[in-house]
Design a protein around this ligand. Structure first.
Ligand code: SF4
Ligand code: SF4
Length: 435
C-alpha cells in the first residue's frame, strides 16, 4: 500500500511504525474472509482492509476522527483473526491500537458514550472498584428494566454469585516443607478474574507449587492495562504498564524470575506487547522488552517447561468429551493453539473440535458491553457450534470467553488450568461436581 506521510509526520514514532505496517498491506482482502464483523455486516468498512484505509486516511491527513470512522473502528473486536489470515504479515493489532488512540485524542464522543467508557475504565481495571460495583449491582438487578438498554445489558452481564476463595491471599506461595523450588514465577492474577473466578488463580498456584515452582503475586500489580489500552485511554494504560514493568523488573533483578505467567490470554497478549509499546522510551524500553520476553501463557509454560505428574490415570477413569474453545487472544494474539490441546490430551479425555473455531465468541474485553448486538450474534453462533458437537464440558483459557459463553449455554465451561490441576492431584472443579 502506498503511503504519503510527510517527513515531519514520520518524526512521530507511532506514525513511523504504522507507516511500515501500511506498506506491507497489498489490499488482497484475504483478511475479510475470516473477519467476524465483515462476515456479519458485509460492509467493507467493517472488515480489516477497510479499517486499515480509515486509519491510514486519518493519520496521513492529520484528520480528526468523525462519527462514521468511530462507528467502524469501534465495531472491531480486536480478535486478530485477520492477522492469522494475512499472507503479508500486516500487524493489524498495532494499527488498530494507533487508530483508537487517535480517536480518543481527536473525537468527542456523545456524553452517554463517554460516561459508559469512563465508568468501565474506572471499575473493571481496579479489582476493588469492580467488587464494590458487582455487589451493588445485585441490589439493582431486579429493577434493571427501568434503565436504558446499554446499562440494562451491562447489569445483566454482572455475575450473580462469587465463588468462595480457598487459598489465603499471599505475596509468595512457597513450596511446602521448605523444599528448594525448581523455578520461580510471577503470576498476574487479573483485575476481574480474581473477583469473579478466584478458582482459576488457585488452580494455577496449586498446580505450579505441586510441580516444585514457587509463585509470587506482587501486591502492587492489579490490572495488566489492556482494558484502558483498548479503550484508547493511552495515559491511564501507560501508568499501569509502567507500574507493572517496574515491579516485575525489580523482582527479576533482585530475586530472579523464570517467567511471568498469565492465565488470561487477553492480558498475556498485552504483556507480550509491552516491549513494542515502550520501544522508543529510553527509560523503559529495556525493562519492558524483558517483561515481554518473560511472559508466558500458563498453557504455553506447562506444555514447554513442566513435566506434569498426572495422578488420575485415564484408563481407569470416566472419559469426558471436552470442546476446546480457542480464545482469539490465545490463537490469534499469541499464536498459542496446540499447547492447551496437548495438555488436555494428556488427561486421556476426548477433545471435540468446534467448527468455525477461529471466530470470536463476542466477548473481546469490553466489547460485549459496548457492542452488545454484534456480541450477541457472535455468541449465538458460537453456542450453536458448541452444542452441535454435544460436549460434556467446555475448556478455554480466557476469563472473558468463559463469562461470555456461560451466558449462552448451560454446558459447564472452565479454564484449561483447572482441568490440569484436577488431573495432577487438585480437587475436581466445583462446576463439574454433578458430572
Ligand atoms: S481484529 Fe477481528 S474484528 Fe477487527 S478487523 Fe481483524 S478480524 Fe475483524
Ligand atoms: S490480508 Fe493482509 S495484505 Fe491482504 S488486505 Fe488484509 S491486511 Fe492487507
Amino acid at each position: 500500500m502506498q503511503t504519503h506521510f510527510s517527513k515531519e509526520q514520520l518524526k512521530n514514532k507511532d506514525n513511523k511504525s504504522s507507516e511500515k505496517i501500511f506498506r506491507k498491506c497489498v489490499h488482497c482482502g484475504f483478511c475479510n474472509a475470516t473477519c467476524p464483523t465483515y462476515q456479519l455486516l458485509g460492509d467493507e468498512l467493517d472488515g480489516p482492509r477497510g479499517r486499515i484505509y480509515l486509519i491510514k486516511d486519518m493519520l496521513e491527513n492529520n484528520k480528526p476522527a468523525n462519527e462514521k470512522i468511530v462507528k467502524h473502528i469501534d465495531r472491531c473486536l480486536s480478535c486478530y483473526s485477520c492477522m492469522t489470515t494475512c499472507p503479508s504479515g500486516v500487524n493489524y493489532m498495532h494499527l488498530i491500537d494507533h487508530g483508537r488512540s487517535h480517536i480518543e485524542k481527536t473525537y468527542k464522543r456523545p456524553f452517554s458514550d463517554r460516561f459508559i467508557r469512563d465508568f468501565l475504565s474506572k471499575t473493571l481495571s481496579k479489582s476493588f472498584n469492580f467488587r464494590v460495583i458487582a455487589i451493588l449491582t445485585q441490589f439493582i438487578k431486579p429493577f434493571r428494566f427501568f434503565f436504558p438498554k446499554k446499562i440494562r445489558e451491562m447489569i445483566s452481564l454482572m455475575p450473580s454469585k462469587f465463588p468462595r476463595k480457598t487459598l489465603p491471599k499471599m505475596e509468595i506461595y512457597s513450596l511446602k516443607n521448605k523444599k528448594k523450588p525448581v523455578a520461580r514465577v510471577a503470576l498476574l492474577t487479573g483485575c476481574v478474574q480474581k473477583v469473579i473466578s478466584p478458582q482459576i488463580n488457585e488452580a494455577t498456584i496449586r498446580l505450579l507449587n505441586r510441580h516444585g515452582i514457587e509463585v509470587i503475586v506482587p501486591k502492587g500489580i492489579d490490572c495488566c492495562g489492556s482494558l484502558n489500552h483498548h479503550l484508547g485511554k493511552g495515559d491511564l494504560a501507560n501508568r499501569t504498564f509502567k507500574n507493572n514493568i517496574s515491579i516485575w523488573y525489580e523482582e527479576y533483578l533482585n530475586k530472579g524470575l523464570d517467567a511471568i505467567i498469565s492465565n488470561t490470554s487477553g492480558c498475556g497478549t498485552t504483556l507480550k506487547d509491552y516491549g513494542f509499546i515502550f520501544r522508543s522510551d529510553e527509560n523503559f524500553k529495556k525493562r519492558a522488552k524483558k517483561i515481554s520476553e518473560l511472559t508466558k501463557d500458563i498453557a504455553e509454560y506447562l506444555d514447554e517447561k513442566v513435566k506434569l505428574n498426572f495422578v488420575i490415570k485415564p484408563a481407569n477413569e470416566k472419559k469426558y468429551k471436552i470442546a476446546y474453545h480457542s480464545a482469539c487472544s490465545m490463537q490469534h494474539g499469541q499464536k498459542i493453539h496446540k499447547q492447551p490441546i496437548n495438555l488436555i490430551k494428556k488427561t486421556g479425555n476426548e477433545i471435540l473440535e468446534i467448527s468455525d473455531g477461529h471466530v470470536c465468541c463476542g466477548s473481546a474485553g469490553t466489547y460485549n458491553l459496548l457492542q452488545s448486538d454484534i456480541a450477541k450474534k457472535l455468541l449465538k453462533n458460537k453456542v450453536r457450534n458448541i452444542e452441535k458437537i454435544k460436549p460434556q464440558f467446555i475448556s478455554t483459557g480466557n476469563i472473558g470467553c468463559i463469562t461470555q459463553i456461560a451466558n449462552g449455554t448451560k454446558i459447564p465451561i472452565l479454564h484449561t488450568v483447572e482441568i490440569i490441576d484436577w488431573y495432577t492431584g487438585g480437587p475436581k472443579p466445583e462446576i463439574l461436581k454433578s458430572l
